[in-house]
Design a binder for this molecule. Structure first.
Ligand code: COA
Length: 168
């Protein structure tokens, strides 16, 4: 059985991420979406909330599982008994960083390979930070995330503006 891990911050999950999950789930027998817990990016949502949001948008895909992880990605891949890591490439600017990560992962854990899916052109400009920035001004984010995620992001952005603390 071919198992892939698709890791990321997913703060929040966007339509671009969903596109990668959907397409990789058609290629692989199983896709485990790994939500990074301890993130230097000061997330808007806790890992638990991000897992819940991902579960709600992937519920229709029976071979997709969502798990939070901490520590090294290669250790998580091993724990999951996965064969490969899946990453999306949006533009040439992603390439250098992704190449460095995939090469490093192979050096520290020989045998762990990374496969890349080119992000759908529709979402090639998209990032979670852009979604959050627009939400901070209560702008329209409906082209970037599902309606239920949009609601959560706009609510959280408003709360943060009013002084609520960021997720731990
Ligand atoms: N559609 C939309 N946005 C996309 C996307 C797509 N298809 N693919 C990537 N992005 C965006 C994300 O939204 C994110 O935006 P942001 O920076 O505004 O939050 C950005 O691209 C990249 O983030 P993401 O894909 O979530 O990866 P990351 O860089 O936050 O984390 C990990 C990557 C989790 C794989 C990496 O940090 C990791 O492995 N950490 C564990 C520790 C470890 O093993 N370190 C050694 C690595 S060599």
């Amino acid at each position: 059985m071919a198992v892939a891990v698709y890791p990321g911050s997913f703060d929040p999950v966007t339509l671009g991420h969903q596109d990668i999950i959907e397409r990789s789930s058609k290629i692989m027998d199983k896709v485990i979406v790994g939500v990074l817990k301890n993130n230097s990016k000061s997330p808007l949502f806790s890992a638990k909330e991000r897992v819940k949001m991902l579960k709600s948008v992937t519920g229709h895909m029976p071979n997709v599982e969502i798990l939070a992880f901490d520590g090294l990605l290669v250790d998580f891949v091993r724990q999951c008994h996965a064969d490969v890591i899946v990453r999306g490439l949006r533009a040439i600017t992603d390439f250098e960083y992704e190449l460095q990560m995939s090469q490093t992962n192979r050096v520290i854990s020989p045998g762990v390979d990374t496969i890349f899916l080119t992000t759908n052109l529709k979402y090639s400009y998209l990032s979670s930070s852009i979604v959050k920035e627009i939400a901070m001004y209560q702008g329209d984010i409906s082209a970037f995330v599902t309606p239920e995620i949009a609601l959560k992001v706009l609510e959280r952005a408003e709360a943060v503006k009013k002084g609520a603390r960021l997720a731990e």
